[in-house]
Design a protein around this ligand. Sequence first.
Ligand SMILES: Nc1nc2c(ncn2[C@@H]2O[C@H](COP(=O)(O)OP(=O)(O)OP(=O)(O)O)[C@@H](O)[C@H]2O)c(=O)[nH]1
Length: 392
Amino acid sequence: MNLDLRTMMVMIAVLSFLFSILLAVASLHARGVQGLRHWALASFCISLGSSIALPNLHAGQGWPVVAGAALLAAGSTTQLAGIQAFKGEACHIRWMIAVVVAVGFFSYWFSLVHINIQFRAIANSLVFGAINFTCARALLIRLPTPERTAHWLTGASFAVLSLIYASRAIAIYSAPPGTYTLFSPMLINPVMFLAGSVIQLFLTFGFILMVNYRMASQLENLATTDALTGAWNRRSLELELQRMLARSQRRQEPMSVVMLDVDHFKLINDSHGHRAGDEVLRQLTARARLEIRRDDYLARYGGEEFCLLLPGTTELDAHQLAERLRRIQAEQTVDWRGTPINSSISIGIASSEHTGLNGDALLEAADAALYRAKQTGRNRAETFSQFRISPA
Ligand SMILES: Nc1nc2c(ncn2[C@@H]2O[C@H](COP(=O)(O)OP(=O)(O)OP(=O)(O)O)[C@@H](O)[C@H]2O)c(=O)[nH]1
């Protein structure tokens, strides 16, 4: 293959430098997402490492080669640190330093003490292959659903790079002893340099795509969930209600709506403070989450009022769940800075068995039943059907 290694090395240096600027600029606009700054720094190290090693590339010896290899290792390990930061995991800085020192040491030893370019190339290929494999593994296992595609692209690029390094180690190991240099007529070297520059491009796009997906999902979260409790918000509830009604219609099954409201919540706020009130709402959400099924839907309807959508659930079953929630809330206290806070909830239940599969009718009926629970003493669960049959 007639590819000039020096030209490709220049290409890697220039492209990596441009990528470092691109990633640094992107990091200014994605402050809530970790990792971009690591990746910008990594690209800069790769660019600097390639530039420093460039003048001595042909001889393959001397301090510039040692410094270049150590910088390339620093770049690779910083890419891994970026992935760990992006995933919110701890970064193992000692391992990173150990890898950079090991690469620097191999390069020093085999370039300046016992000159053996073949051994140096095998050792470094194995280390770089291992780092890239670790990056691929970190990206490809336990893929988060909204970022799946971006993780795939980046993880696959790292996996290809690690395969190329492994093949290079094998190819160099198989070469007759003492014959190998970077410019030996072996296909693997131009392949590695070409893939190196192309894959840096893929990695940069992959990182930016990962950040893009993360920000899009954060925005969607902000738009669909309640910041205080993490429950769905009212807007999402209304959309989900329509979807659930259509599904219930198709399957010819009932669905129920349950409205919950904390009793005398104003008093809790007034006695213990607004933050204590917030904690009561958070714990109520957490408890309710533990009791409901996977396909049930819990939303904060407003203030201290919550709404549960229960697909495939009859009024009787919804009432049993409501009673369970009511009992748990009445029995458990919230510990607020050493002071126990007791609270109770009133609950209104409505089922499509009595209102038909109509969203507004279901919500209104559950609300009316909740009103009745409040009127008849609070800490109660009332069903709409009961109250229609025997109005107060
Ligand atoms: N801490 C806190 N309080 C909130 C929040 N949203 C609404 N509130 C308060 O909830 C209280 C609701 O009071 P009311 O509507 O009078 O109801 P209540 O005191 O629970 O009385 P009943 O519902 O009749 O039992 C108001 O004081 C609101 O300020 C919130 O996010 N956090």
